[in-house]
Design a protein around this ligand. Structure first.
Ligand SMILES: [Fe+2]
Length: 339
């Protein structure tokens, strides 16, 4: 009884949904970005196009599971995630389709997008090395140097369960090979100032408290402490220096806020319009400034990142390896006892 009622309700609901698609222009976004201020971004899109944006927010892995469970019946049109490794997982699970837009491909440099248009980067974040200026004379200039015995007892970096570290190690596996990557991870563990704890901001706070001499963090956690008073960090900013790693080699590891068209998008035209909007000057400035990220679109600059200056990103390591090397990265973390 209940189930047949549920089935009839479901059928009625999908009929209503179907009717809705025929009359009103809308686009359904599954996003793992959750900033309240994103509302204004989508409102601007609606103002420009008349297309209503319906947003479902959640953790990336939950949204991926949801897309998988919904299959061909998924209402999702656009999928946005703040980690390229997770986007690559969605790609491997066949949850996205080519966005097919020349405008996007002209705007976004090749190294920040999938070769078959399955996703593209909207903004970039760099994972870099910070240090206490009064205690470190010669900070590591490369990720590899973090394993140098010279830095024993000095390094703070968060746990290996964190996707940022998984993507970083995945890129090191690609650049240096699995054996060298394992030695590297073991060397970093030997250099820990303390057991990994907290998020990136906590590693930076460790520089101020004196627990850490060197910290690894995404760049925007540092910049945020200029904009707002982050307890235990803002007061100590003057003593924190930073290194763009691997500038003489492959460049600095960058990760992406990435966007894609969902595999079964019921509104592909609207989805494409929204994806193209994400490369507009308005959206690029918006995405970047709000979280102090670097715009993905070439030639765009951004006041909020000016404090850190320019750098050479790693454009040679394909972002797809963040996902394809993820299992090997996890195995290495486990083997070297990186908590
Ligand atoms: Fe983050």
């Amino acid at each position: 009884m209940i189930s047949s009622l549920a089935a009839r309700l479901a059928a009625a609901t999908s009929l209503i949904a179907l009717a809705g698609t025929a009359i009103s222009a809308e686009v359904n976004v599954y996003s793992s970005r959750h900033y309240d201020s994103d509302d204004a971004l989508y409102e601007e899109f609606t103002k420009e196009t008349g297309i209503t944006v319906n947003r479902i927010e959640g953790k990336a892995d939950e949204l991926i599971a949801r897309l998988e469970a919904e299959g061909a019946n998924s209402p999702a049109d656009v999928f946005i995630t703040v980690d390229a490794g997770r986007m690559a997982r969605a790609e491997e699970a066949d949850l996205v389709q080519p966005y097919g837009s020349d405008a996007i491909n002209e705007a976004v440099p090749e190294y920040l997008r999938h070769p078959d248009d399955l996703w593209f980067g909207v903004s970039q974040r760099a994972r870099i090395i910070f240090y206490a200026k009064d205690r470190v004379d010669s900070p590591p200039q490369t990720y590899e140097a973090l394993a140098d015995p010279e830095y024993k007892g000095q390094i703070c970096i968060r746990s290996s369960s964190n996707i940022y570290n998984q993507s970083l190690l995945a890129s090191i596996i690609e650049a240096d090979g699995a054996e060298a990557a394992k030695e590297w991870a073991a060397g970093v563990v030997d250099n820990f100032a303390r057991e990994p704890q907290g998020g990136d901001t906590d590693q930076l706070k460790g520089l101020v408290s004196g627990e850490c001499d060197i910290a690894v963090s995404n760049h925007y956690y540092f910049l945020r402490a200029f904009d707002e008073d982050v307890e235990g960090l803002t007061s100590g900013l003057d003593n924190i220096g930073w290194v763009w790693p691997n500038q003489d080699g492959r460049g600095t590891h960058v990760n992406l806020t990435a966007a894609a068209m969902a595999k079964s998008a019921p509104h592909p035209e609207e989805a494409k319009a929204l994806l193209e909007f994400l490369t507009s000057e308005f959206a690029q400035q918006y995405f970047a400034e709000q979280n102090n990220e670097y715009p993905a679109v070439e030639g765009m600059t951004n006041d909020s990142t000016a404090r850190l200056g320019d750098f050479k990103p790693d454009t040679t390591t394909p972002t797809a390896v963040f996902a394809s090397n993820a299992k090997d990265a996890q195995a290495i973390f486990n083997e070297v006892n990186w908590p």
